[in-house]
Every structure is written in C-alpha cells, then in structure tokens.
Ligand binder design. Structure first.
Ligand SMILES: Cc1cc2nc3c(=O)[nH]c(=O)nc-3n(C[C@H](O)[C@H](O)[C@H](O)COP(=O)(O)OP(=O)(O)OC[C@H]3O[C@@H](n4cnc5c(N)ncnc54)[C@H](O)[C@@H]3O)c2cc1C
Length: 541
C-alpha cells in the first residue's frame, strides 16, 4: 500500500557520516531535507576513527569542531604508531606523531600557510554518527527518519520520487527536488542508476573485532616509556593491527584469520599481558579500491562510499566523503535558491570524481607500502640468531620508509585542487598533486591556505557562507564590478580587506575570489576585465 507523499527539497538516503554532514550543511543554510536511514538507530560498530585536518576545518565552519573534539580522544594523548612483535615486547619501530595539543601549538606558530586551520581529531565513527545525528536534529529544516529503507526511485524534469519501507513495513512515497545517495558501498541508489564501481575489489578479507579493555591504556608496557599510541602493527603473518578508539577503553583488532573465534587468541597474543576485557563484536570486511563511473544522473547524486571505496590506510574514506558532502551542499542550496546556474550542479561530479580518483590512488600507494614492509616478515622474526636479527632489521628498515606513507598524507588531505571545473576560472598548468607534501597555493581550484589574521583568528574564520572577494596587500583595486556582477545574479558576496602582510605573501595576489567551500575561483592583481563573465563562471551560468 502506498501512503501519502512527502515533499522536501533534498532527500538524503543514508545517515552515515557523509549523509549526516550533507544534511547538516544543507539544513544550516535553510534547505529542507529528509534523511532516511534503514538502521533502527546508530550502531556501536567500529569503522573510521580519524577525522583528518581538512575534515576538521570543514566541521569548524559548521560550528561543530569543538563538540567533536570534546567527544573524541583527549588532546594530550600521543598519536604514535608502533610496529612490534607484541605489546609486551620492545617495539621494533616507533613513529612519533603529535597529539592534538602539540599539533595546535605547531599551527599557532606557523605563518607560511603550510598548516591547516585545525589539526586532525581521533573520534570513532560510533561516537561521531550520534553526534552528527543530534546536531542535524537541532535544525528545524531537517527531518531524520531511522528505520526507513530506501527501495526505489524515478525522476522526471522537475523532481525525484522515491519509495521507502517504513518501520511498520509499509511503503512510503517521498518526493523531492533532488535525491542524494549516501548509502555506502553497497549503494542501492547507485545500483538503481545503473552506475558501476570499477577498480580492484576484494583485495584482502580481514576480521575485525571490538574489545572493551578499560585498563589496557594505562598498562601498555611497550617501549621505554608508557608506550601510548594510536596504532600497533604486529609484525606477523596475519597482518594484525590494533587500533585505540577514542575513549582509550575500546580497542579494535584487524587480522587475517580463518574464523571469528580466532580473534580472541589473536587479541591475547597481541597484548601479551593479562588484562580484563570483553569482546563486543567480530565481523569481516574486505579491502577495495573502487571508483564509480559517474557521481549521479539528472536530479540524483551520489556521495561518500557510494562512489569511492578505499583501503583505510591513509584514512581517506569518510574524509573524502565529507569533502563530497560540502562540495554538493552549497551547490544544491544555490540551485534551490535560484542563483546557481545550470553548470553548478554538474560541476559536482567534475570536481569530486577527480578527488575520488586521486584518493583511491593515494590509498593504493599507502597500502602497497604497508604490504611491502609486511612482506619482509619471516617465521624466524623472533629468533635470537643472526638470521632472526637480519629479518627484524630488514623489516624495520623497509617499514621506516613504507609505513610513513599511511600516516603522512597531508598533500592528499589539504592539497586537492579542482582541475577542469566549469565553475573555476582556469589558469593553464598548475602545481602537481602530491600525496605526501602540501605546498600552499591559491591556484584556481585549490583550497585557500590558512593564514593567521591576528592571534587565534584565521582568514578562514573571516570568510562567510557566500562568495568572498579578498583584497590584500593594501590594494586600492575597485572591486565594485565583481560585487555588482555577482549581485546581478543574486549570488551572495562579501569583500574582505586584509592588511596583514603575511596573507599577501602566502597568497601571492592582491585579489582572490573564494567560494563558500573555501576553494579559489579566480585570482589577479587587478580587477577582472569582464566581471560579468567571472560571475557567470563562478555561479555556473
Ligand atoms: C576498519 C575501517 C577503518 C576505517 N577508518 C577510516 C578512517 O580512519 N578515516 C576515514 O576517513 N575513513 C575510514 N574508514 C572508512 C569509513 O568508515 C567510510 O568511508 C565511511 O563510513 C563512509 O561513510 P558514508 O556515510 O559514505 O557511508 P556508510 O558509513 O556506509 O553509511 C551509509 C549509511 O547508509 C545506510 N543505508 C544503506 N542502504 C540504505 C537504504 N537502502 N536505505 C536507507 N539507508 C541505507 C546504511 O545503513 C549506513 O548507515 C574506515 C573503514 C573501515 C572498514
């Protein structure tokens, strides 16, 4: 039986981190959304645990960064990565990484644009999802419906009609101007559109288990010091990998084992000391490196794992999806408000699919590195013999190069630049995309580097939710042409005059037009020759 229809601006399928981020960004802009999620409630299951620096910049702009940090790992907890034989033995290799507090101090002292406005935050997906759900539910423009399973869709020139099974088992019909499938790797929305995922699927099958071991954090015997860290890779034949979750009381273990029951002995072998614990969950997951052929059709878009599946090495899964969500949110809102032109929504696929492609590549690069050092494992690794020592030495030498690839992805995180986008004023050429290195740039399409205006306040913090024309270096350029041209298209624009020399030095230009998502549209030292054309390009007309 079909129940009465519901109308909304945007119907979002899936309340994972990507669907909820999209709903929040749309909702705070005033767009009406309904989110449908087939689960009855958020689940306490381990998946991602690290919001990268760019994601935290995005959450800062949404006003959520403080809440997320308060819910996540404490700011003084080290993020070191260890390679060991077991946690009760001296580590083979320790790679130190700054805690949030240390990273914040580094950022505070940095004035060359090379660091993000916000450092990473370790927060487990099972903490982040309920937090985002609560944030979304505070917005009157958004409705979140758990226990509603998307089934099918059809679309015409004016709207999308979807069906969903509600908790009573009945079928609802929902009508929306746009639909976004944020329904994860097995996306039904993507399948309904007939869009394929391509690449390398099912590369490795691992078991993952979640343990509650509240005393372990204080007892970690590894190394000379307390040995506290984030990741513990065990140099064994099972690719064993222990991850501390945000409470420091929950831990996840990944390993290639035959049976779920094996995860108990595997945990005890990894810890190596007696500790009280409870096994909360065991499941299987597969490593994939896949990208969708397209990011939507017509009025239906796809975001997050629905269009890109990466190996968690490098932490580019959810983080890439959050980038999708904020690219799409302002474009949907602008189109719904009428100032977004016909090229604006199509630019979503152009901009984000290339990032998905590069991040699948970055993840491959990191996971190949991981495989390289793991391939140095030999059964004699524990032997107190010259051969055993040689195995350990070789593994450490290779790991010291290769493991870093997973943990040092600042270029992939901050340095992505939209190339060939119809809504960016292209300059031919452009810097290379680097996974490991971030070189600040205002090349059109790039994220505007973070530069301090004064203590504790960044240029990012002074940029609002519309377009912003930055006027730097005490330029006396007349910006009224650009302002008039954007206003003529009813697009919101502010002019921000920045006298601080540091920003002009980093940005390299006197005038920079920045979009609502902080990406550069255009730059120059004199006003554009044809401001009306620039405004048309920026808004997708
Ligand atoms: C072990 C592991 C560690 C990871 N670590 C990291 C990390 O540190 N950093 C990182 O960025 N990423 C990491 N990831 C990846 C990250 O978890 C995913 O990229 C992320 O969950 C994707 O978010 P999403 O919202 O796109 O999809 P999902 O989280 O898969 O959410 C999709 C939602 O859609 C719902 N849904 C599906 N079908 C329907 C339907 N028909 N109707 C209604 N609802 C539906 C699902 O129930 C689900 O809630 C990790 C993944 C794994 C497995």
């Amino acid at each position: 039986m079909t129940l009465p229809s519901t109308d909304t601006d945007v119907l979002i399928v899936g309340a994972g981190p990507v669907g909820l981020t999209l709903a929040f960004d749309l909702g705070r802009r005033g767009a009406r959304c309904i989110v449908i999620e087939k689960k009855a409630a958020p689940e306490f299951l381990p998946k991602m645990e690290r919001c990268n620096a760019r994601t935290m910049e995005i959450f800062r702009r949404m006003g959520l960064a403080g809440e997320i940090r308060a819910a996540g790992l404490g700011r003084d907890v080290p993020m070191d990565v260890y390679i060991a034989l077991a946690m009760n033995e001296p580590p083979l290799l320790r790679l130190p990484y700054p805690s949030v507090a240390e990273a914040q101090a580094q950022i505070a002292a940095c004035h060359d644009g090379s660091m993000p406005r916000e450092p990473y935050q370790l927060v487990s997906q099972y903490t982040l999802e309920p937090l985002l759900k609560a944030a979304v539910e505070r917005l009157s423009s958004v409705t979140v419906r758990y226990g509603h399973e998307f089934l099918s869709l059809s679309q015409d020139a004016d709207r999308v009609t979807a069906t969903a099974r509600n908790p009573d088992g009945r079928i609802d019909e929902l009508r929306a101007q746009y639909l976004v499938g944020c329904d994860g790797g097995a996306s039904v929305v993507r399948k309904q559109l007939g869009i394929q995922l391509r690449g390398e699927g099912n590369l490795l099958r691992l078991h993952q288990a979640l343990y509650h071991a509240p005393a372990l954090y204080d007892m970690i015997p590894i190394g000379d010091g307390p040995g506290k860290g984030r990741h513990y890779h065990i140099a064994d034949a099972q690719s064993t990998f222990l991850i501390m979750q945000d409470s420091t009381k929950h831990w996840t273990l990944h390993a290639v084992v035959d049976r779920a029951e094996d995860m108990t002995a595997q945990f005890e072998r990894t810890i190596g000391i007696p500790v009280r614990y409870e096994l909360l969950y065991v499941g299987e997951w597969k490593q994939n490196l896949l990208l969708a052929d397209r990011y939507g059709t017509g009025r239906v878009f796809l975001a997050g794992d629905a269009v890109h599946l990466v190996i968690p090495t490098g932490g580019l899964g959810m983080n890439t999806g959050v980038g999708d969500a904020i690219d799409l949110a302002w474009k949907l809102d602008a189109t719904l408000r009428g100032w977004g032109g016909p090229n604006l929504l199509p630019s979503y696929e152009v901009e984000r699919r290339q990032v998905g492609d590069r991040n699948v590549g970055a993840s491959r690069y990191a996971s190949v590195g991981r495989r390289k050092w793991r391939s140095q494992y030999r059964p004699n690794i524990r032997d107190a013999t010259p051969d055993g020592q040689a195995t350990r030495d070789t593994l450490v030498r290779v790991a010291n190069v290769e493991q870093r690839k997973t943990n040092e992805m600042i270029g992939a995180e901050l340095g992505y630049r939209y190339v060939g986008s119809p809504v960016i004023w292209e300059e031919p050429g452009g810097p290379e995309h680097l996974f490991r290195e971030y070189v600040p740039t205002t090349w059109p399409g790039a994220r505007l580097p973070h530069v301090w205006l004064d203590e504790g306040r960044s240029v990012h913090d002074a940029i609002g939710d519309g377009y912003t024309l930055l006027r730097l270096g005490r330029s006396s350029a007349d910006t009224s042409g650009v302002e008039r041209a954007l206003h003529a298209l009813h697009a919101p624009v502010d002019v921000l005059t920045i006298d601080a020399g540091a920003a002009r030095d980093v940005y390299g230009y006197d005038l920079i037009l920045v979009r609502p998502d902080l990406h550069v549209v255009w730059r120059g030292n004199t006003p554009p020759g044809d401001p009306a054309q620039l405004a048309r390009v920026a808004t997708g007309h």
